[in-house]
Design a protein around this ligand. Structure first.
Ligand SMILES: [Zn+2]
Length: 101
């Protein structure tokens, strides 16, 4: 994936429909949930959003736009995008903001 330019990082961060902490929790949740396999929908993603009381439609639209059309794609494409966005190096894990980088 092409590295994001500084300006687009700012723009993307401003548009982010979820906090970094929620994103990290979502990826952890999917990691666990996908041991049962992906049903090619956003079933587990929606489960997570509902459990956090987040309204899912703007978030789902954003996930689609970032290549997350189903749970496993969220975990692959959207996590990659977020790693890039938060400047996490390859091989490192994306962690919650209070865990420090
Ligand atoms: Zn899938």
């Amino acid at each position: 994936m092409k590295k994001l330019e500084d300006e687009s990082v700012k723009m993307e961060l401003a548009r982010l429909p979820l906090t970094r902490d929620h994103l990290v929790d979502l990826f952890d949740y999917l990691d666990e949930a996908l041991s049962e396999g992906c049903d090619h929908k956003l079933t587990k993603t929606k489960e997570f959003l509902n459990s956090k009381g987040l309204s899912d439609s703007p978030i789902i639209n954003w996930l689609y736009a970032k290549g997350g059309g189903c749970d496993c794609e969220v975990l692959n494409n959207v996590e990659d995008f977020c790693m890039d966005l938060f400047g996490v190096k390859n091989g490192d894990r994306l962690t919650r903001s209070d865990e420090g980088q």
